[in-house]
Design a protein around this ligand. Structure first.
Ligand code: F6R
Length: 586
């Protein structure tokens, strides 16, 4: 996590970097810092605990080179001392870093033994001291040698007193180079520089870039030159802004009026080709983390229901434990908004070792996952900035439906269902609907627990609902399969405990209503979500009847409820505490 960025060019470098950090704040917002190369080649620094959004000036002098960092603490608490950039002993080398240095204890002891003095508790600081040890070789070689010693996934940017440029290296965490007109950017994510350029080059693992006059790429292992492809991004800077909305989250929820349609605008023959591969594979695995993982879990039900086909869902962090079931004929389908989630990339590594083909559903074009996959379906949701995933979720689900229908040779039937669903989502997201959900949020916003139950296709969405409630409102949300309640969780129900019941017009409707009754009999406050009203509901939120596609329409009111609960409880909607949008550490 953490966002890092660097700039060299004609603009006021530290100001450009400050504005870029504001766009990266979703990656970490504990503290921020900038170092710039002043006129005499001297490094000037500013560091602050807290968010960068309210700052309008850096206080640093105008310069043409600067680096900046917005932190999500891993090693060392949130303090000015631990805020990046970190320095070598002589304050001549400044380093920013995103990732985790696995052998940092060992390196710190070793460097300490050679007389290096540490001024922070971070793992990052060892890099500055390692670069210092090799600094007679020049910054490029010094960074390369330093990175040879460092284990784990990282992205690092360094500047040095008197050196008119910067050096960046990647060993696992994302780094993208933006190519402007006589100005160059390096950043953990594209929105950082979208205002300036849409032309990018991606650093791959074990590569570095030296930006002196213009970017030159090298292999970290051999030090030899590497050729890179220029990619033009089709996102606009506006898409990454809040516009008329108060928060990115509500903007992104409302965008689902369009994003489901955009997601299904796929090349039918590609969908059919992958569907055929699913049919002939020796087992298909779906993997992802958090919300994307819950999409994969829904995929298991979608394939069962629509295609009568068994696929396996495994959470990415657990995927290496399934290594023994993989064969070259196995297929791995990964789902990830960012395409940078470390556990997903690790799952891909595990699968590739066994010769498994990788198919991915990704939102960020050119992301590591996109580049490492044999085939990618871009979900086309546009930039998703709020930490809580919303529009990416429904777009990913839509593509899984297409694939499932295509395995039965009925892709057009699937497309029609999704067209109908998209149009009903458009109707649903109206001001009256939002007001009804806000009214519910007012009724339950003081509660400390919310339970969510579902069955069949809506069981994984009960788990996803819990994630939304937890991260946006900080209320303890917990999702269960309806049938599991009486095997333990029912003991938690007290008078007035809210329980959301996800329903559809399907064959498990009588059972889920039965579960709702069990909760009600213990005093629970029942919130029904679904197309049909029932007497057991204390509060009902209607969703359209879209048959098998019910998970898509049922999750949207929960996203809205989590949003209004968060607003009423004064939470940081787009930047929940302790979380970051892109989880690039395992
Ligand atoms: C929750 C949320 C996270 C992500 C997870 C995976 O709302 O957004 O649980 O789903 O961190 O991220 P991606 O999809 O980027 O791999």
């Amino acid at each position: 996590m953490c966002g890092i960025t660097a700039y060299k060019g004609k603009g006021d470098a530290s100001f450009v970097v400050m504005e870029a950090l504001k766009k990266l704040e979703y990656r970490g917002y504990d503290s921020w810092g900038i170092a710039s190369l002043g006129a005499e080649g001297i490094i000037e620094t500013v560091k602050n605990v807290g968010k960068i959004s309210s700052h309008t000036e850096t206080g640093l002098r105008q310069s043409s080179v600067a680096i900046g960092h917005t932190r999500w603490a891993t090693h060392g608490g949130v303090s000015e001392r631990n805020t990046h950039p970190h320095f070598d002993c002589g304050n001549e080398i400044a380093v920013i870093h995103n990732g985790i240095i696995e052998n940092f204890d060992e390196l710190r002891r070793e460097l300490g033994g050679r007389g290096h003095e540490f001024r922070s508790e971070t793992d990052t600081e060892v890099i500055a001291h390692l670069i210092e040890e090799f600094s007679s070789l020049g910054l490029k070689e010094a960074v390369r040698k330093a990175m040879e010693r460092v284990k784990g996934r990282s992205a690092v940017i360094a500047i040095k007193k008197g050196y008119d440029g910067f050096v960046a290296a990647r060993t696992g965490s994302p780094l993208i180079v933006g190519i402007g007109e006589n100005e160059y950017f390096v950043s953990s994510d594209i929105p950082a520089f979208l205002d300036h350029t849409k032309n990018v080059m991606y650093l791959d693992d074990d590569e570095m870039v030296v930006v002196e006059k213009k970017p030159v790429f090298y292999s970290l292992k051999s030090g030899g030159l590497v050729e890179k492809r220029l990619i033009t991004i089709d996102w606009s800077a506006d898409q990454a802004e809040k516009g008329e909305f108060e928060h990115f989250m509500i903007k992104e929820i409302m965008e689902q009026k369009d994003t489901i349609l955009r997601a299904i605008n796929q090349n039918d023959s590609e969908i059919q080709k992958i569907a055929n591969e699913i049919n002939s594979s020796f087992g298909t695995f779906f993997t992802g983390c958090g919300t994307a993982g819950k999409v994969c879990f829904t995929g298991q039900y979608i394939f069962s229901k629509i295609a009568n086909k068994h696929v396996n869902y495994v959470n990415s962090s657990e995927f290496p434990n399934y290594e023994h079931f993989l064969r070259p004929e196995t297929l791995l389908i990964t789902v990830s908004q960012s395409g940078e989630t470390a556990d997903v990339l690790e799952a891909v590594k595990t699968a590739k070792k066994k010769g498994v083909k990788i198919i991915s559903l990704v939102n960020v074009k050119g992301s590591t996952l996109d580049r490492q996959s044999d085939h990618t379906f871009l979900i086309n949701a546009g930039p998703e900035k709020a930490v809580a995933s919303t529009k990416a979720t429904t777009a990913q689900l839509a593509i899984l439906y297409l694939l499932a229908y295509a395995t039965t040779g009925k892709i057009h039937e699937g497309k029609n269902l999704l067209l109908e669903t998209a149009s009903k989502v458009n109707d649903m997201l109206n001001p009256r609907y939002l007001a009804r959900i806000e009214e519910l949020a007012k009724i339950i916003c003081k509660k400390s627990d919310i339970y969510i139950i579902g069955r069949g296709l809506n069981y994984p969405m009960a788990l996803e609902s819990a994630i939304k409630v937890q991260e946006v409102s900080y209320i303890h949300g917990h999702g269960f399969a309806g049938g599991e309640l009486k095997h333990g969780p029912l003991a938690l129900i007290e008078k007035g405990t809210p329980c959301i019941v996800l329903t559809a017009k399907d064959d498990v409707f009588p059972q889920i209503i039965g579960n709702a009754m069990e909760v009600k009999a213990r005093g629970g406050y029942i919130i029904g979500i679904g197309p049909e009203k029932h007497g057991v509901f204390d509060y009902w939120i209607k969703t359209p009847d879209v048959r098998e596609a019910s998970p898509i329409v049922n999750i949207i009111p929960v996203q809205l409820l989590a949003y209004y609960l968060g607003v009423l409880r004064g939470c940081e909607i787009d930047y929940p505490r302790n979380l970051a949008k892109s989880v690039t550490v395992q």
